[in-house]
Design a protein around this ligand. Structure first.
Ligand code: SF4
Ligand code: SF4
Length: 98
């Protein structure tokens, strides 16, 4: 897993519990999907997508969201239309292990 350095964005992400979405700048490199611990990222046309019902924001797995760290073109951003809570994230984390 290649991780970008100096990603202050992630500090913000962990405080607000918003889900993520992939934007058009995605170059379909597959790095995020390969490293996602929950399988929430899939190939779509024309770009990859994140299923917010599955994404636990990496809670329970890592200190920060892996997909955001590995994306080489910063195409994974907050989805302001999908708000999570700590409880919902933990529930999705538990579900991802089944
Ligand atoms: S935040 Fe974590 S669980 Fe959610 S899509 Fe990214 S890598 Fe997968
Ligand atoms: S890591 Fe970024 S560029 Fe690569 S598939 Fe995921 S969103 Fe697209």
């Amino acid at each position: 897993m290649m991780i970008k350095k100096g990603c202050q964005y992630l500090v913000v992400l962990r405080e607000v519990n918003l889900s993520f979405k992939i934007i058009n700048e995605c170059i379909s490199c597959d790095a995020c999907a390969s490293d996602c611990p929950t399988g929430a990222i899939s190939v779509a046309d024309p770009i990859y997508i994140i299923n917010p019902e599955i994404c636990c924001e990496c809670v329970g797995y890592e200190e920060a969201s892996i997909c955001v760290l590995v994306c080489p073109v910063d195409s994974i951003i907050l989805d302001e239309n999908y708000i999570d809570t700590k409880e919902s994230l933990l529930k999705k984390f538990e579900n991802s292990k089944k």
